[in-house]
Design a protein around this ligand. Structure first.
Ligand SMILES: Nc1ncnc2c1ncn2[C@@H]1O[C@H](COP(=O)(O)OP(=O)(O)OP(=O)(O)O)[C@@H](O)[C@H]1O
Ligand SMILES: [Mg+2]
Length: 455
């Protein structure tokens, strides 16, 4: 494989000629190429900007290569070191390898051998970095964030039900974290090492769901040229997550019910049955109880699935989680896009906390991604999408129940003035202008309504 090398390369050798030759040979292999004649100088250069691969002579004036190697491995474990040795004693080579050198090359240097070693080494560094990136992404992807009462309650329920074999029915609006809950239950269960298989019941046509879930024998129907395992079998020893279960046809519901009752299934077109050990989790954003009343969902299946209900609260009921979530998402998206971490101005969070979030956390995630990409060095109130600003239709009038009209007016006034103040960084002139009132009047209101600037 021919890898495009982007990394930084540092050559450390006290012989000027060797450095010059290596510079020429390796010029095309690195994005940046530096060289120096001593270990001390190498350390200085590394502190300035670490190289990805260091080509290091063992014999050096002052601190020798082996000692430097030890320091490099300790301080910059993500960089790799290739040793060059003049009168290669086996002892040196062994010691270098023991200390974690990637390779040991002997002088006189063979051009092809050097190039190959550096290429392979660069590839390793790149792969390691990618793996680390994917790892943080994966971990971040399945981590549930939230410190609100509502979220802590969900986390506690997950922790309680996970180690059992109990069936869990996860309810909640679109984008509220149902799949995340299902994955958390699996990850914290005794089945964590087994498979987690997700089936989106809404996405599979009614006539295919049976063969998809239970598999089929060769010749079971036209096109069944080979025997195929179903999702239930693929989840054997693990967890099967039936997403959007409310969209499953009544016929398929009957078959799922039978597996849940007996733990046995048969392939489409097969005589015998197969025993499976599967924990079933289901999720829906529909009101299943109502579907039962309407006759579109089997009551017996509903009770089988709903042994332990877990409800994901909508984001608007836990607006206090927004700063934490938004901050984390911004961090993740900055990392993903290779941006320096962007700061979020308080006015942004104020705005986000005032929106009704019909698309819940997924919508918040999309909005933060967009803000990260579109903003400058900091994310300011100007970067918040238009539709998120002052959506009065999303206002919850119930919270005014039992209040006098004057209190309601004060309440709304306070919130609106505060939002505008935050939006304009508490610039009185600008805010007053936007509100269409005099500056003195705004000062008076701030005092009257006891408004304070958030830190
Ligand atoms: N508590 C949370 N902390 C961090 N991220 C979350 C949280 N809840 C949800 N998310 C993220 O929000 C997005 C939507 O979550 P998820 O897919 O679990 O929702 P859902 O309820 O299954 O949605 P849908 O009904 O549309 O399938 C995902 O990217 C998920 O990682
Ligand atoms: Mg989902």
């Amino acid at each position: 494989m021919d890898v495009q090398l982007q990394g930084r390369l540092l050559i450390v050798d006290d012989e000027k000629n060797i450095r010059r030759t290596l510079q020429m040979v390796l010029a095309d292999l690195a994005a940046e190429l530096q060289d120096c004649g001593s270990a001390e100088e190498a350390l200085r250069l590394m502190r300035e900007a670490p190289a990805d691969v260091i080509l290091l002579d063992i014999k050096l004036p002052g601190m020798d290569g082996i000692e430097l190697l030890g320091k490099l491995r300790k301080e910059w474990p993500d960089s790799e070191v290739i040793m060059i040795s003049g009168h290669a004693t086996i002892q040196d080579a062994i010691e270098a390898t023991r200390l974690g050198a990637y390779d040991v090359l002997e002088k006189p240097l063979d051009r092809d051998r050097v190039v190959l070693s550096i290429k392979n080494c660069m590839e390793k560094v790149t792969l390691n970095r990618q793996v680390a990136q994917l790892q943080t992404r994966l971990e971040g992807q399945f981590e549930m964030i939230g410190e609100s009462q509502a979220m802590r309650h969900v986390l506690e329920e997950v922790r309680k039900v996970a180690p059992t074999n109990g069936r869990v029915l996860i309810t909640g609006e679109s984008g509220s974290g149902k799949e995340l809950v299902a994955r958390a239950v699996h990850r914290l269960s005794k089945r964590a090492a087994g498979p987690f298989v997700k089936v989106n019941c809404a996405a599979i046509p009614a006539e295919l769901i049976e063969s998809e879930l239970f598999g089929y024998e060769r010749g079971a129907f036209t096109g069944a040229t080979n025997k195929k395992k179903g999702q239930f079998e693929l989840a054997n020893g693990g967890t099967l997550f039936l997403d959007e279960i409310g969209d499953m046809s009544l016929a398929a519901q009957a078959k799922v019910l039978r597996v849940l009752q007996t733990g046995e299934l048969s392939h489409v077109g097969a005589e015998g049955t197969i025993q499976v050990d599967v924990r079933v989790l289901a999720a829906t954003n529909r009101d299943l109880k109502k579907a039962v009343t309407d006759g579109t969902f089997r009551e017996d299946l509903y009770f089988r699935l709903n042994v332990i209900p877990v409800h994901c609260p909508p984001l608007r009921d836990r607006l206090e989680d927004i700063p934490l979530l938004a901050t984390r998402f911004v961090e993740e998206f900055c990392k993903e896009n290779g941006f320096k971490r962007k700061e979020i101005e308080p006015g942004v969070l104020q705005k986000l906390k005032r929106y009704a979030w019909p698309g819940n956390i997924r919508e918040l995630k999309n909005v933060t991604e967009r803000m990260v990409i579109m903003s400058g060095e900091r994310i300011t109130a100007e970067d918040v999408p238009e539709q998120m600003s002052g959506d009065v239709r999303g206002m919850d009038v119930q919270r005014f129940d039992g209040m006098s009209l004057k209190d309601v007016r004060d309440d709304v006034e306070r919130e609106y003035i505060r939002s505008k103040l935050d939006e304009y960084g508490w610039n009185i002139t600008k805010t007053a202008e936007k509100l269409g009132i005099e500056r003195t009047n705004l000062h008076k209101k701030i005092k009257q309504l006891n408004l304070k600037r958030a830190e």
